[in-house]
Design a protein around this ligand. Structure first.
Ligand SMILES: [Zn+2]
Length: 176
């Protein structure tokens, strides 16, 4: 049985599944620790993987990678369409080994991603993680190395669905 974070809506469970699937195969400690899944307005799901760089600002978040992939992947069906017409929901999942075991949890967009999302698709929805309670085990399909091993724990807390524009209250929408 696969467990999902509290607060994650049933309709958004495939986003969790898609992001965890990416981490299951592609997680690398210190290199690729966050995966993002975007549900497009046509119902398709596009994923992205975080790229850690030696210099902090050279790192690229999974959300940005996924948004670029949405634009590329939707060109055939929606040529030239901007992200605010293409993106419905963005979900990012963090996998991080800890002394108590490997944890999986939804991770809220960082400050840079909040700016990016507010610029490109402020009407889209995303998730933040509210820490609380106790961890519970997550059962994952066994995979060969590298990626995630064993049965990581779902981090304590609950997910909260939010409109991404609300993550930057008071910001003015960019006029392109
Ligand atoms: Zn970010």
């Amino acid at each position: 049985m696969v467990l999902y974070p509290k607060g994650l809506t049933d309709v958004d469970r495939p986003l969790w599944d898609a992001a965890v699937a990416v981490l299951t195969t592609s997680y690398r400690t210190g290199r690729h620790e966050v995966a993002a899944a975007v549900r497009c307005t046509d119902g398709s799901i596009v994923t992205g993987l975080h790229l850690q760089g030696t210099a902090g600002r050279s790192s690229v978040c999974a959300e940005g990678v996924a948004l670029g992939a949405v634009l590329v992947g939707q060109q055939d069906r929606h040529p030239g369409a901007p992200l605010d017409e293409l993106v419905d929901t963005v979900l990012a999942v963090l996998h991080r080994p800890t002394p108590d075991g490997a944890l999986l949890r939804i991770v809220a967009p960082c400050g840079v991603c909040r700016e990016l999302l507010a610029d490109h698709c402020p009407q889209a929805h995303g998730y933040v993680h509210l820490p609380d309670g106790t961890p519970s085990p997550v059962q994952l399909v066994e995979q060969d190395a590298p990626g995630i091993h064993g049965a990581p724990y779902l981090a304590a807390g609950r997910a909260q669905r939010v409109q991404v524009g609300e993550l930057l209250p008071g910001s003015t929408r960019r006029a392109w």
